[in-house]
Design a binder for this molecule. Structure first.
Ligand SMILES: [Zn+2]
Length: 395
């Protein structure tokens, strides 16, 4: 069960979870020192590696389990292995709120293509869908042709899974000549990047509205899209922070940082779980009227970040910069050091017919200053110089 009141949550977690007590002790704090969400950064983040180590030392849940084992319904093993409990309740992982925002409702027949084995995703959405009154087809992973046929035969109206498999199913239905007979109208996807190009294609060509959200095997639902499809609303039952991956301190709204989640759940009260995923807070209100900040989607992995002059530089920022200049064919950021000082060079390849002018170099550098908050030297390089990596650290 989720605990709504933050103070009550901290008290419960401290009282019942040895790992939580341990984290407080390590920080030299008592529960009364963490009275509100704003006090959370006083506690250190919990890395996946720490969770794994704690679980090996105190199996199976590393001392985070705060209820007797007989109240655990299922145990999952995610890669690591990291063990995750399913506590009591018909929608333990709280995904129903995300599916409601996407328009799923009673009477829908939904093909759930997440795995039902070892990892929790299959059961997560299965329970949320059934709590809504949807009929679930527990399809799991793979069997594209059979799944396409099932989609037609059962008049499936909704899809849950990753976007690439949805696309594969629809293409298969097309190949088999029955794409036009499908009743699929709505899809909810996660765990894989959704390009706006694919989202548009799925809507225009196949008539499927695609919604996405974000969560983890340990924490369930974290954030989800509404009908506006502009950023992810924060879910109930978790506290979400966006922090500097090195210090664990929150970054200002609009700045990229690592997503850190506190699960306000009595079964498994995880404190400040560092996900390794990057996002930024959007503070402007959403047109749908839901209150609070949103997450600007998942922007990459924190491990891809390189610290330059004290600031993190991420590949997605470099891609964004390049995307603003139609003349640019490819661009990469190269970090070097001279006289013990970090230097940033933007190696830029231009499209055929575009000219390497000082003006363009200056515009690129000034836009880089705004987007990356770093002074950079723009260097034009011949086609083929820039490889796959968008950020290269040569220090
Ligand atoms: Zn909204």
């Amino acid at each position: 069960m989720s605990i709504r009141d933050f103070k009550a949550f901290i008290e419960f977690a401290y009282e019942n979870s040895p790992a939580v007590r341990d984290k407080f002790a390590a920080a030299g704090l008592k529960p009364e020192d963490v009275r509100g969400v704003e006090d959370l950064p006083r506690l250190p983040v919990t890395r996946k590696s720490e969770l794994g180590r704690r679980q090996q030392e105190a199996p199976p849940f590393g001392g985070f389990l705060a209820v007797p084992l007989e109240r655990v319904q299922r145990i999952f093993a995610s890669p690591g292995p990291i063990y995750d409990p399913q506590g009591e309740g018909e929608d333990y992982w709280r995904w129903r709120q995300a599916l409601v925002a996407a328009g799923f409702q009673a009477g829908d027949v939904v093909q759930n293509t997440f795995s039902y084995h070892l990892t929790p995703a299959g059961f997560m959405f299965d329970s949320a869908l059934r709590s809504l009154g949807c009929t679930v087809v527990p399809a799991g992973v793979g069997n594209t042709e059979l799944q396409a046929q099932i989609m037609r035969d059962l008049r499936v109206t909704g899809y849950i899974g990753v976007p690439s498999f949805l696309y594969a199913l629809l293409k298969k239905a097309e190949e088999l000549g029955f794409a036009s007979e499908l009743a699929l109208r709505r899809a909810w996807i996660t765990a894989e990047r959704l390009s706006e190009e694919l989202r548009l294609l799925l809507r225009e060509k196949y008539g499927v509205s695609v919604f996405q959200g974000y969560g983890t095997a340990d924490t369930g639902c974290v954030a989800y899209e509404c009908a506006e499809m502009k950023g992810l609303h924060l879910a109930e039952g978790v506290v979400v922070e966006v922090v500097d991956p090195q210090t664990g301190e929150p970054v200002p709204d609009g700045e990229t940082g690592e997503i850190v989640i506190t699960l306000m759940e009595e079964t498994y009260p995880l404190l400040r779980l560092a996900t390794g995923d990057l996002s930024a807070f959007v503070a402007e209100p959403c047109r749908c009227g839901r209150p609070g900040k949103r997450l600007a989607g998942v922007l990459g992995r924190a491990a891809e970040g390189v610290k330059v002059r004290g600031l993190f530089l991420y590949p997605h920022q470099v891609a964004e910069l390049a995307g603003e200049f139609p003349q640019v064919r490819a661009l990469r950021a190269v970090v070097t050091q001279r006289d013990f000082r970090d230097e940033l060079m933007l190696e830029t390849e231009l499209n055929q017919g575009s000219e390497e002018t000082p003006d363009l170099a200056a515009t690129l550098a000034s836009r880089a200053k705004e987007l990356l908050r770093l002074r950079a030297q723009v260097v034009f390089v011949p086609p083929g110089t820039v490889g796959e990596a968008l950020v290269v650290d040569k220090r």
